[in-house]
Ligand binder design. Structure first.
Ligand code: MRU
Length: 382
């Protein structure tokens, strides 16, 4: 069975509620941009590409299931207002803003066509949103292929024979995208070529995307994998000799600035520092929709801060000392009352710590001056 975070057919959209994973698989119906805004804000759906696609398709469903004006300009204004609203749901991932910009250009062109009707603009929007869903899966498969090839030919440590072991962070798989995944897509590609020795995933505090979601996907796909806490990464990278474990760390991205600085899930920056210290390759896997050429450096990226209760409260199934009852979900407090909390959802890894940015058109590497030329990725076919 294929894992699907997003189920869509014309006029109908459902998202897998990721707050309930891995304990239960429940799909929520999304019928409007307002439903999508809340699902994104509450992180029932999450991951940079998935956020953009859910937002785009939610509006498609809203257009399909409501009476619209027959005047093309009025439908265009309606769509633009809804896209602007959706873009306010979460600030750091650029994919949603990128999708909104592209969709606005498409509806503007449809509205300006002579004799166009409201229905024409509506149809142009829906087709473009549906294409984003399809393209994301094929982009991820290409990312997986390029990443697996790069790791196989650019790493010497962390190998058992021809097989490599990799560490990943957060969740970047089928649950964070339209399917297959970015960094987890690279792990899937290595596994499918029989080139993966072992995958390690971090727990990814405070929201536990690693232990709840990535671990769920790895088990689902039968990939040999081990979970570690975020604080165990240095000890894992330090293993040497026969125990040596890691060839590369591969993570996703929420926004890659023009110079290669990369915002991703909090904890990514520390992993990149550890990788540099231990001589392990550090890679970012992301579609070009995550690259923001309008943002010069990581200093210009807005980092979302989330409620403190994500650190102080923990949700999970009841455990009676013998067995876990996944039907009884409880919330427990795991911090001292009165403590202040800082909860940035993302951090920025400077380009100097990144060895390669894996995209659907190939792997960007730094030139001899140590600089990425990400603009070049947009001048190739695909
Ligand atoms: O806060 P989240 O769960 O939406 O954060 C997700 C991440 O940081 C992912 O690593 C990133 O979006 C890449 S998803 C393919």
């Amino acid at each position: 069975m294929v894992l699907q975070a997003i189920k869509y057919k014309r006029g109908e959209l459902e998202i897998l509620d990721q707050l309930r994973l891995p304990h239960s698989e429940v799909y929520d119906r999304i019928t409007s941009s307002k439903d999508a805004w809340h699902a994104i804000k509450e992180m029932r759906t999450r991951g940079a590409p998935a956020i953009a696609i859910v937002a785009a398709l939610a509006l498609a469903v809203e257009l399909d299931t409501n009476a619209l004006s027959s005047i093309s300009e009025e439908v265009e204004v309606f769509i633009v207002e809804k896209l602007d609203y959706l873009s306010t749901s979460r600030p750091t991932a650029v994919n949603l803003a990128d999708a909104a910009t592209k969709l606005k250009i498409i509806v503007a062109a449809a509205a300006r066509k002579s004799g166009s009707t409201g229905e024409d603009v509506h149809e142009a929007y829906v087709q473009a949103a549906e294409k984003m869903l399809v393209d994301d899966v094929s982009d991820n498969e290409a990312i997986g292929k390029h990443g697996a090839e790069w790791i196989a030919s650019n790493t010497t440590s962390g190998r058992v024979g021809d097989k490599v072991s990799v560490l990943t962070h957060c969740n970047t798989g089928s649950l964070a995208t339209a399917g297959y995944g970015t960094a987890l897509g690279v792990i899937r590609a290595l596994h499918s070529k029989d080139s993966l020795h072992h995958a390690f995933c971090t727990e990814t505090r405070p929201y536990n995307q690693g232990s709840r979601l990535t671990a769920f996907e790895l088990v689902h796909d039968g990939i040999p994998a081990t979970l570690i806490t975020d604080s165990m990464a240095a000890a894992l990278l330090k293993l040497r000799g026969e125990e040596e474990r890691i060839a590369a760390i591969v993570t996703g991205a929420d926004r890659v600035a023009a110079n290669g600085d990369t915002a991703n899930k909090i904890g990514t920056y520390s992993l990149a520092i550890l990788a540099k210290y231990h001589g392990v390759k550090f890679l970012i896997a992301a579609p070009r929709t995550t690259i923001d050429l309008n943002t010069a450096t990581g200093d210009n990226i807005v980092i979302e801060e989330r409620p403190g209760k994500e650190l102080t409260l923990m949700r999970g199934p009841r455990y009676d000392g013998v067995s876990v009852d996944r039907s009884a979900i409880e919330t427990v407090c795991i911090a001292a009352d009165g403590i202040g909390v800082w909860n940035p959802a993302f951090d920025v890894t400077p380009a100097c710590l990144i060895d390669g940015i894996i995209t659907e058109v190939g792997v960007a590497e730094k030139d001899e001056d140590g600089k990425f030329n990400l603009r070049a990725l947009f001048n190739v076919g695909g």
